[in-house]
Design a protein around this ligand. Structure first.
Ligand code: GDP
Length: 338
């Protein structure tokens, strides 16, 4: 049998092309679909929305796992080993990143493939670096939509990595099922510096690099257990465990995966997981509405004209912020009456 001559691959033009390519698990199509949803161009907006709407029924089955920790804690090393364990066990793993610092001003670029070379070459893994800032609706919107596209393409584990800055951690926790916090060993003093907020988000704390000094890692584990003990857990059915791991030496990562699976079973059984996801969808919708409204306001010609003067007057104290807000809203056409 002769094979027909292959025609040069043409880029997808229609929603059908995108949707079929993604559902078939075609990596090139997946990449293009993500590029489409990342696009800031107004002309891509309607097509992107149609593609997403059609992919949505095929999404939602993945384990959505947020991963946080300060730079240097070992996130990329951990994801490389953990992701490889999972693909070996038959999973398909997508790695996304939310890094509000990865703008043109520089800063770290999370999800950079060179940081996870082995996983990047794994055919059952897909790594997407953090989108740059300045998107309509922000990095947050893009990452959520990218997650859905990956799920529709058959990825059953999505790891969303973020740096240890408050806002991005909250955003990632609000788009995932399970929030993993990586910590460094180092007792007492170090714990003082840990923001309480991050522990409140954690579904599990993993003390990383336990290969270096096991005793120290165990000490840190106890400290975090004590710190968590005096906090009210977010879920009545899940007390966040603390474990010691080593990303580099592949220690404890099996225990970690078991905990993730257990967490899903417990929260599914109690109805919390579906409720959490429903809440996340509602929040997401309102975040989009807020983003669009603020954008519409900022680009409104009346507002754009007056904005610099009003901002300057508020900043130098000559105009109270309440009056400034009123003037901007009035320039946009909003008054007390509407
Ligand atoms: P990230 O900034 O959080 O992504 O951290 P990296 O994964 O880039 O790791 C930072 C440094 O810690 C690198 O030099 C890694 O080789 C090292 N490292 C990461 N994980 C481990 C670990 O489990 N044990 C040890 N000993 N070193 C590690």
């Amino acid at each position: 049998m002769t094979t027909p001559p292959t025609s040069p691959r043409r880029p997808p033009k229609t929603a059908d092309d995108y949707v079929e390519g993604v559902l078939a698990g075609d990596r090139a199509a997946l990449g293009r679909a993500i590029t489409l949803v990342e696009s800031r161009a107004e002309r891509h907006h309607a097509l992107a929305q149609e593609v997403l709407t059609r992919l949505l029924p095929h999404a939602g089955k993945a384990h959505r796992i947020g991963i946080s920790g300060v730079p240097g804690v070992g996130k990329s090393t951990f994801i490389e080993t953990f992701g490889t364990n999972l693909t070996k066990a038959g999973h398909k793993v997508a790695v996304l990143a939310v890094d509000p610092t990865s703008s043109r001003s520089g800063g770290s670029i999370l999800g950079d493939k060179t940081r996870m070379a082995k996983l990047a070459a794994d055919e059952n893994a897909f790594i997407r670096p953090s989108p740059t800032q300045g998107h309509l609706g922000g990095v947050n919107r893009v990452t959520r939509e990218t997650m859905l596209v990956c799920e529709a393409a058959g990825f059953d584990v999505v790891l969303v990595e973020t740096v240890g800055t408050g806002q991005s951690e909250t955003e990632v926790a609000d788009m995932t099922d399970f929030f993993l916090v990586l910590m460094l060993p180092g007792a007492g003093d170090e714990l003082q510096g840990v923001k309480k907020g991050i522990l409140e988000l954690a579904d599990l704390v993993a003390v990383n690099k336990c290969d270096v000094d096991e005793r120290k890692a165990r000490g840190a584990k106890r400290d975090y257990e004590n710190a968590l003990h005096i906090m009210t857990p977010a879920s009545p059915n899940w007390r966040p465990p603390v474990i010691t791991i080593s990303g580099i030496s592949n220690i404890g990562l099996d225990v970690l995966w078991d905990k993730i699976v257990e967490h899903r079973a417990v929260l599914t059984e109690s109805g919390e997981l579906p409720a959490k996801r429903r809440g996340q969808l509602r929040h997401w919708m309102w975040a989009l509405v807020r983003d669009r409204l603020v954008h519409a306001l900022e680009v409104h010609p009346n507002v754009a004209d007056r904005l610099p003067a009003i901002e300057a007057a508020v900043a130098d104290g000559s105009l109270p912020p309440t009056r400034g807000a009123e003037e901007l809203l009035a320039a946009f056409g909003l008054t007390d009456r509407n």
